[in-house]
Ligand binder design. Structure first.
Ligand code: HEC
Length: 175
């Protein structure tokens, strides 16, 4: 009864062949497209490097960048923060500034607190040094002017940097 066979009826074998042909076709298309992707980069240019270039540069708020994090060595902290440009600081070779007084707080913090003109809030040497960095207008060292030393160190120094500065300055005695 071969005549009853519909002309377009497909037997199993033909279906398998068509199926395999489809798979081969899809695989070829996939290879062609993936060839444009990162798999076939120029030799010598690792993917990671290219991806880094594609990354958006991180946006940093300028105002939040500290002058010093406190991880730097002490001389770097004084230089990066600008103190060295205005102050002479014994032990810091680059600190030869003359805009402000020579920093010898191991001797002078006590003297400032004892000055009858002192009207700040500090009770200890440590507090005096901290106050004169964060709030320079509170007490003006005799012979110097107010509004020369910046008033924004509170926003520009990390707590760690500030602590290191104070610790260092309190060790300097007048000679
Ligand atoms: C643009 C110049 C300038 C810069 C920068 C500056 N200072 Fe001063 N500083 C001064 C002047 C001027 C005075 C004196 C007037 C006063 O007492 O506010 C002073 C006073 C001080 C005093 C009080 C000194 C004393 O003998 O009582 C300290 C402490 C001090 N500065 C620390 C610092 C530190 C730490 C930095 C950096 C983080 C710094 N200064 C940056 C100009 C500067």
């Amino acid at each position: 009864m071969a005549e009853n066979k519909k002309p377009f009826q497909l037997d199993k074998e033909t279906l398998v062949i068509i199926g395999v042909a489809c798979l081969v076709f899809l695989w070829t298309v996939d290879r062609i497209f993936s060839a444009k992707g990162p798999k076939e980069e120029e030799p010598g240019k690792p993917n990671a490097e290219r991806m880094e270039i594609r990354e958006e540069p991180k946006k940093v708020e300028k105002a939040n960048v500290p002058l010093a994090t406190g991880k730097e060595p002490i001389d770097k902290i004084f230089i990066q923060s600008g103190c060295a440009a205005c102050h002479t600081i014994p032990g810091i070779v680059a600190a030869r500034g003359r805009e402000g007084p020579k920093l010898e707080l191991g001797t002078n913090a006590r003297k400032r607190l004892a000055d009858p003109n002192y009207q700040g809030r500090a009770n200890t040497d440590w507090e005096y040094v901290q106050e004169s960095i964060l709030n320079p207008g509170v007490y003006i060292v005799k012979g110097y002017r107010d509004h020369v030393m910046p008033r924004w160190y509170g926003q520009k120094l990390s707590a760690e940097a500030l602590d290191k500065i104070i610790q260092y300055l309190l060790k300097i005695e007048e000679v």
